[in-house]
Design a binder for this molecule. Structure first.
Ligand code: KE4
Length: 427
């Protein structure tokens, strides 16, 4: 038995499903998850010492590549001064100032320890600042596991085909309207029906939790107009796209200004950091200044903040995102070309350092379209690549991630493996 299998069997005895986050369990692709014991650059090694080119990248944070020496050194230096104080530090002020400087829509920001905390807090803030209860989210978008957001969520839940989580009383989600992504008419209808009771619209401005789905032309602009018109807040959940799709996330690519933005992943560089921020007049509703309570023992943790600052310093280097986008485009173009050459129906798309691959004939524009992709073929592709030392995200409903260390040689190795795997998929 492999060490992965042994560890998975052991893990299942003490951890539900053997994992600390559902998507890691390989439930949708089948097989045994790889227990990673170390990572460096574009590679991870599993418990059997097998090496993989990694396109999960910790689901986004590992944008510099794993174990970047500057990030590791920053963490070591910070840790040597103590791990956590429960008191303000200069480093967290520096991270807040960095986010304010980099993301124009963020005038003030509060640091937390995860994306879930960021979106949960942003929703509470929107409700507190507007005095309204209803929120609008979109099917296939995942904003973390806060109760009011676990309604037809994407990511792990979507994979389990479990549109609403158990344990969430109907009362907790009665104010959550779930609409179709890219359906602006549905949003207009919701505002017509609930105009003065909609606190916010929360959206992944490029969705990454139902695989990568772009907003249709005019969709985000329409949301901005409707929110402004009805006094609702527009929340861009850029936990995944922030500093991943581009240096200012999707708001930088589109020029659309949300009222609040949620961040995590890259801003922690692999350590637990999340954030929510935006207009100062809204953020000032947050305790201790305002009446909207929010708190966290490890918020702004000095070791986590050190990793985030070191990461954000590197991504600010001239040409970083151009190079990252170029490598990601090489990957998706190469995959699509090889699939076509092998007679496999597959398309692919990418934005910045994130990408989607779809076993269907066209790039999907909605949850329904991504759901009609050939999941079985994806799963066979996933395992074929895994056997050849390439680790994609273990779900057809997840985006993939490229790091600054995925150079031409790494991309070429991936494409050579894909060519061989596609050849086996025709049967
Ligand atoms: P966390 O609580 O997992 O840090 O962040 C939740 C979250 C919020 N918003 C967006 C847009 C997100 O993508 C996420 C988390 N993303 C998933 C990846 N699909 C995390 C992976 C996992 O759940 O293990």
């Amino acid at each position: 038995m492999s060490r992965n299998s042994e560890l998975f069997e052991r893990a299942n005895r003490s951890i539900p499903g053997g994992v600390n986050s559902p998507v890691r369990a390989f439930r949708s692709v089948g097989g045994t998850p790889r227990f990673i014991k170390r990572a460096q650059g574009p590679y991870v090694w599993d418990a059997d010492d097998a090496r993989y080119i990694d396109y999960v990248g910790s689901w986004g944070p590992a944008i510099l590549g794993h174990a970047h020496p500057d990030v590791v050194a920053a963490v070591q230096d910070a840790a040597a001064n103590g791990l956590s104080y429960g008191a303000p530090t200069e480093a967290e002020v520096e991270l807040a100032e960095t986010l304010v400087a980099r993301i124009p829509s963020i005038e003030k920001v509060r640091l937390v320890s995860s994306g879930t905390e960021a979106t949960m807090s942003a929703i509470r803030l929107a409700r507190g600042a507007t005095g309204r209860s209803k929120i609008i989210k979109f099917e296939g978008c995942y904003h973390g596991h806060a109760d009011s957001l676990l309604v037809k969520a994407g990511s792990g839940l979507l994979t389990f085909g479990n549109p609403t989580s158990a344990g969430v009383p109907a009362e907790f989600i009665q104010h959550t309207l779930v609409l179709d992504y890219n359906d602006l008419d549905a949003v207009k209808a919701a505002f017509s029906q609930y105009a003065d009771n909609i606190a916010c619209v929360i959206i992944e401005p490029i969705a990454g939790n139902m695989n990568l789905i772009r907003p249709a032309k005019g969709f985000l602009e329409g949301l901005r107009e409707l929110c402004t018109q009805h006094g609702a807040l527009l929340i861009f959940d850029e936990v995944m796209t922030g500093f991943r799709a581009g240096p200012q996330g999707v708001q930088g690519l589109t020029g659309i200004t949300p009222d609040l933005t949620t961040l995590a992943k890259v801003i922690g560089g692999g350590m637990p950091v999340g954030a929510f921020g935006g207009r100062a007049d809204i953020m000032d509703h947050i305790a201790p200044l305002g009446a909207v309570y929010q708190a966290g023992t490890l918020s702004g943790n000095p070791v986590a903040v050190a990793a985030g600052l070191a990461t954000l310093k590197h991504v600010a280097q001239p040409g970083f995102y151009e190079a990252l986008s170029q490598q990601t485009q090489k990957l998706v173009t190469g995959l699509a070309e090889r699939a076509r050459a092998a007679g496999i129906t597959m398309t692919a798309d990418s934005v910045g350092g994130m990408f989607g691959i779809y076993f269907r004939d066209e790039i999907p524009t909605s949850f329904a379209e991504v759901s009609d992709a050939n999941i079985d073929l994806f799963n066979r592709f996933f395992h074929g690549m895994l056997d050849k030392g390439v680790h994609f995200a273990p779900s057809a409903f997840e985006a993939g991630f490229v790091s600054a260390t995925h150079d031409d040689a790494v991309i070429q190795t991936t494409l050579d493996a894909a060519e061989q795997v596609f050849a086996t998929l025709n049967g």
